[in-house]
Structure formats: structure tokens, C-alpha cells
Ligand binder design. Structure first.
Ligand SMILES: *[C@@H]1O[C@H](CO)[C@@H](O)[C@H](O)[C@H]1NC(C)=O
Ligand SMILES: *[C@@H]1O[C@H](CO)[C@@H](O)[C@H](O)[C@H]1NC(C)=O
Ligand SMILES: *[C@@H]1O[C@H](CO)[C@@H](O)[C@H](O)[C@H]1NC(C)=O
Ligand SMILES: *[C@@H]1O[C@H](CO)[C@@H](O)[C@H](O)[C@H]1NC(C)=O
Length: 376
């Protein structure tokens, strides 16, 4: 057996003596050193750095840090409390874009006639946006620069949520990009989101290099490797979950410091891990584990498929809107694909309400077929 050595012969009586003295030593030190971590450090003193255990302790042994206890109290309290019922529940549509919204006219068509049931927020990080739709005028929030894959992306998402939370009527919050389109009419999407009992936060375990491979032990003790998750950044979430994002600084700080693009280590993209990991840890049953925004990764490239005018057909959109199972593919070798049904309040329903990425040139074609493809 590897690692096992020849043991010197011991008389049973000596064995017993040693065992008894070890137990007494253990009990004595438990009395003198009441903290478990300190106790283990005392017994296995070689494994300790500054009184803390070098190896992560098994879950049962881990004591929460002060910050962690405080965070858990606040988050559990938020999850437990029913929110004040709004007489006029609205959905916040939050556009995260570098500049102009090339598909704004399509969104105008989508929103028109549904005043008072939605609010729009635009975070334009590079160029000030000239709006063509009255629904979008004066809906820009103060923005800051966003670098792809960096924490500034998460910061922009938090900025959008904070602004949208200021309106107490907003009950559900959707993050969209400049290349997103609606797949249904307003009524359908409104009912799907207002009456759902979960947030649509994409979340799965990818043991491969682009999943758990991006985890850093510096995230310990609060975030353990087994809890590290991955998912698309394009979320839609309930008000309670949006408030939790506002309340969290503990887990956010871990991602800000230790989930980064690095020169030598693995590149970690906070926007692909922070929300999935956080909600997996604190409210796993409260998230759907998939995103209502469809994107096609089937070509297996670095970027998802982007649609041109000739791709935009009634058939394509019907194909996307009819999907009622979600697929997650790991980056392990070989890859592993996991297929799950999309359940809406326990009932199997189509997964997607929005889709990306559509080039600006597709606008005319989309406007032309919008009323047709959104008919259920
Ligand atoms: C999402 O996944 C978690 C496991 O990570 C599971 O506990 C939870 O039930 C799933 N959510 C739904 C709505 O199925
Ligand atoms: C739609 O789905 C069918 C069946 O999976 C497939 O054969 C067809 O190529 C798809 N069409 C488009 C435009 O994606
Ligand atoms: C959502 O509703 C379904 C069906 O009623 C139920 O099984 C599930 O537990 C609910 N989830 C939450 C988070 O309330
Ligand atoms: C939409 O257009 C397609 C193809 O042009 C046609 O087959 C379909 O019947 C139309 N659907 C509706 C609801 O008008």
C-alpha cells in the first residue's frame, strides 16, 4: 500500500495505554483550547499558519467567520420576509451596452401600449446614447467604463439593479444587451416573469478548466471549491435577490480580489461566476439554474453565434422559442452535456424569453416579422 510503513511491534497493553493518553490529552486540550481550529492546530501543530489551519477543514468542522455570520443573518432575513405588495407591479428592463441600441425600434414596438408595467434603464459605458424611442428617452443612468470580463462588468450590473430598485413597483429585473431581442410579446413576457417563483440565474457545475479550474483557494474559507459555479451573466431576478446583491459585500469582495484575469494563473471572469456561486450557496432552490436569454454556443467557438439578416427567419425564431430543455456543456475532456427540462412553477414550459446576439443589420427584418413570430 502506498504510504504505509512497517509498524514496530507493540504489545496490546501498550497500545491501550497510548490510546488512553491520547484521548486524555485531547480532552484536556479541548478544555484549555475551546476553539476547534486552535485545538486542531495544537494537536497537529505542523499544519498551522498563524493559528489557522492550512488545509480547508471539512464542512462539519468549519466555524463561520464574523462577516459570514452577519452576511447569512441578513440574507436569510431578506429571503424570509414577504415583500410589500405593489399595486402596480412592473418589470425593470436593464440595458447594459457600450453605446447606441441598434435594435431600439424593435424594443419600442415591444413596449408600446404597455405603459406603467415596465421601466427601462440604460447603462451606456462608452458612448452617450441618442434615443429614437420615447420610451427610452431620459432612461440613461450614470455609467462608468466597463472592461470585458472584469469586475467593472459586475459593478455596472449592480449599478443598474440599484437604480431599478429605487422604484418600489419594480418586482422583477432583467439584464439585456444591445444585441438582445424579445422572443414574445409584452403580455407573455410580463406574465412569465411576474408570476414566477424563482430567479432565472444560470448556474451549473463545470469541473473543467473554464469552470472550477478558475477557482482560487484565496476565496476560502467562505467560498469552497465544491460551491464554485458558472453561468451566463444574462440574468433575470426577483426583487429579493436584487436586494441581496445590494447587501452583499463579503462574497463580492472575494470575487473582486480573486476572480480576475491574470498573467500566469487561470483567467477568471467574475461576471460568469459571482451570481451563480452566491445564489447556489445561499438560495439554491430559489433559482432556476438557467437563463431566459437564449444564446447559441453550438458552434463551439470563443464567441456565441451572431445572427445576420439572412439567418433571421420565422423558422429560426420558432426553433428558439420552442426549446423547453436546457443544455449545459462542461469544459472537461471529454466534454459532458447535461440536459434538463425547463420548469415554470413546476410546469414544463419553453425556456427562453429573449435571444442574442443579433447584428444591427437584422433590425428591418425583425421589425417585419415581429408580430408574426411572437404569436403563441
Ligand atoms: C438548481 O440547482 C440546485 C443545485 O445546485 C438545486 O438544489 C435546485 O433545486 C435547482 N433549482 C430548481 C428550480 O430546480
Ligand atoms: C430548426 O430546427 C429543425 C429541427 O431541429 C432543424 O432541422 C432546422 O435546421 C432548424 N432551422 C433553423 C433555421 O434553425
Ligand atoms: C415554485 O413552485 C413549484 C410548483 O408549485 C414548487 O415545486 C417550488 O418548490 C416553488 N419554488 C419556490 C422557490 O417557491
Ligand atoms: C408567420 O409566417 C410564416 C412563414 O411566412 C407562416 O408559415 C405562419 O403561418 C405565420 N404565422 C402567423 C401566426 O401568422
Amino acid at each position: 500500500m502506498p504510504g504505509s510503513r512497517q509498524r514496530p511491534y507493540l504489545k496490546p497493553s501498550l497500545d491501550t495505554v497510548i490510546l488512553v493518553s491520547l484521548v486524555s490529552l485531547f480532552l484536556f486540550s479541548a478544555y484549555v483550547y475551546p476553539s476547534r481550529a486552535t485545538l486542531l492546530c495544537y494537536i497537529f501543530s505542523s499544519g498551522c499558519v498563524n493559528g489557522a489551519f492550512e488545509q480547508p477543514l471539512p464542512v462539519a468542522y468549519r466555524e463561520l467567520t464574523d462577516e459570514e455570520t452577519a452576511a447569512q443573518v441578513i440574507m436569510k432575513e431578506i429571503l424570509k420576509k414577504p415583500l410589500a405588495q405593489s399595486k402596480n407591479p412592473k418589470i425593470a428592463f436593464m440595458f447594459l451596452t457600450p453605446g447606441p441600441l441598434p435594435l431600439e425600434k424593435l424594443w419600442h414596438k415591444f413596449f408600446d401600449g404597455h405603459d406603467d408595467r415596465f421601466s427601462i434603464y440604460v447603462h451606456a459605458s462608452r458612448v452617450k446614447v441618442e434615443h429614437v424611442s420615447p420610451h427610452f428617452v431620459d432612461r440613461d443612468i450614470r455609467s462608468e467604463k466597463v472592461a470585458w470580463g472584469e469586475i467593472s462588468m459586475v459593478d455596472a450590473e449592480k449599478r443598474l439593479l440599484a437604480n431599478a430598485l429605487l422604484d418600489p413597483d419594480n418586482q422583477h429585473f432583467v439584464l439585456l444587451s444591445e444585441s438582445c431581442i424579445p422572443l414574445h410579446d409584452f403580455e407573455y413576457i410580463y406574465n412569465y416573469l411576474i408570476f414566477t417563483n424563482v430567479s432565472y440565474i444560470d448556474c451549473f457545475e463545470d469541473p473543467g478548466p473554464h469552470g472550477t479550474g478558475r477557482y482560487s483557494e484565496h476565496m476560502l474559507p467562505e467560498i469552497e471549491r465544491k460551491d464554485f459555479r458558472k453561468g451566463s451573466q444574462w440574468f433575470s431576478m426577483k426583487r429579493q435577490h436584487a436586494i441581496i446583491i445590494m447587501a452583499d459585500s463579503l462574497y463580492y469582495t472575494k470575487f473582486k480580489r480573486y476572480c480576475k484575469r491574470t498573467k500566469d494563473g487561470p483567467n477568471c471572469y467574475a461576471d460568469e461566476h459571482y451570481f451563480s456561486t452566491l445564489f447556489h450557496m445561499i438560495d439554491p432552490g430559489g433559482i432556476a439554474n438557467w437563463s431566459v436569454t437564449h444564446v447559441d454556443w453550438s458552434e463551439g467557438k470563443w464567441h456565441p453565434k451572431a445572427y445576420r439578416t439572412q439567418d433571421v427567419t420565422y423558422e429560426l425564431l420558432k426553433n428558439i422559442t420552442s426549446l423547453d430543455e436546457i443544455i449545459h456543456v462542461t469544459t472537461t475532456v471529454p466534454k459532458r452535456a447535461m440536459l434538463r427540462p425547463c420548469l415554470w412553477n413546476g410546469v414544463k414550459r419553453p425556456c427562453h424569453l429573449f435571444a442574442r446576439k443579433f447584428y444591427p443589420e437584422t433590425l428591418g427584418r425583425l421589425l417585419h416579422i415581429f408580430s408574426n413570430y411572437t404569436v403563441v
